[in-house]
Design a binder for this molecule. Sequence first.
Ligand SMILES: Nc1ncnc2c1ncn2[C@@H]1O[C@H](COP(=O)(O)OP(=O)(O)OP(=O)(O)O)[C@@H](O)[C@H]1O
Ligand SMILES: [Mg+2]
Length: 451
Amino acid sequence: MTAFTVALVLVVAAAGLLRWRRPAWYWLTFGVTLAALRVLIRYASVMDACGLTVPPSRWRLALARIADRPAPDSRVPRILRLRPTRTGLVLRLKLRPGQDAFDVAAASDRLRHSFSMYGVTSREVRSGVVELRLTGYDVLKRVQMPAKTDPRPMRVPVALREDGSVHYRDYRAVPHALTLGATESGKSVYQRNLVAGLAPMDVALVGIDCKQGVELFPLARRFSALADNPDTAAELLDALVDHMQGVYQLIRAEQRISVAVPDADIAADIWDLPEELRPVPVVVLVDEVAELALFANKEEEKRRDRIITALVRLAQLGRAAGIYLEICGQRFGSELGKGITMLRAQLTGRTAHRVNDETSANMAFGDISPDAVLAAIQIPAELRGVAIAGDFTGGWHRIRAPHTSLRQAVNVCNKHADRTPALPVLEPFRPAVAAPSAPRVPLSKAAPVTA
Ligand SMILES: Nc1ncnc2c1ncn2[C@@H]1O[C@H](COP(=O)(O)OP(=O)(O)OP(=O)(O)O)[C@@H](O)[C@H]1O
Ligand SMILES: [Mg+2]
């Protein structure tokens, strides 16, 4: 008996210690079983208390009356599936007639308390079926990306969402994106994660870092072109516009539309071209974008207009040519001058790290979702790297990228330095360190090397 008590005390102490120091391990060892039991045992009473039940149907009431039995209870949504995950539980519910997904979403905070979970989010899977994602602990406190993600071409697993799922930056679904945040909020770390995720892919990276290159130049071996000041940036962007024209000419040359060509085979962007002809996609990363839009004299004003015009052209026309923009800055609003709001309208993907005022949050989400604006302002200062990411369906998520140090990112970039393509038009902007080791890949893989 005493041995049993000692063992029990030890197990409880171990569980308590794990829960305090290593919530992820606690979840995998004890938490998941306890939480699943808690949900299953309390399910009916919690749903009732949260107002997620419907009265019994008329025929059941009539049957009870005929059989002279007590009136049946209210009915709760039926559990279709309960699936444990690395960070929580996924509960799929079939709604009863008269209920809708909004009822469940509105009750998610009450469900969170009632099931003693850390977080509850809901989404409609299909008509009448709702998925509740319950998280067992604060997954954003110490971000650990799952070992197995689902990367596809031009899709980078960049951060973790608060419901424990992976947040992808998918360049083909959302070609251009804007990342905002106050200083020290985690923008550059987010961008570094993107670079580390893109490094192993067949893609040309182009960087503009007006902080004298401190963020991107250490990663230079994986970059096909880099600019560390607005003058070089202006020339680099003009060269990219030239590259874009070249790609469009290539696509036109390949179109050759005739009656014999099926609709699906007509090339309208680089992904429709045969692989051996396809130009490498280009991701343009701009850190501290406001530096490109500020000017002190007439000369600089001309340069600024040239830069913004090139960025707007790339944002408007770049997608089909495989040119994707990833723009980071502290603020990005009309006070930066003409053309900025036009450019912002083209940047579909929005991510906002901690911001100091509502206007900055509005620059990211004002035109998309007022809830997301509020959520961005509420990010606590000590949780650097936490951000609100809008998705193209109009919804938003709290995300946090793993804390990739500059050293780790440099190692990844150096490891994949041999994948750095040398685009002929960008050759003058190629960082010196990368030149000797990288093979030269021309505009399209099949075309002869020209530079
Ligand atoms: N995802 C993260 N997880 C943990 N810590 C983070 C994360 N992102 C950022 N940090 C911390 O915040 C610090 C500042 O991050 P970062 O340099 O990315 O900020 P920033 O928004 O680019 O700032 P600035 O505008 O001054 O360039 C980092 O040194 C790091 O310690
Ligand atoms: Mg930064």
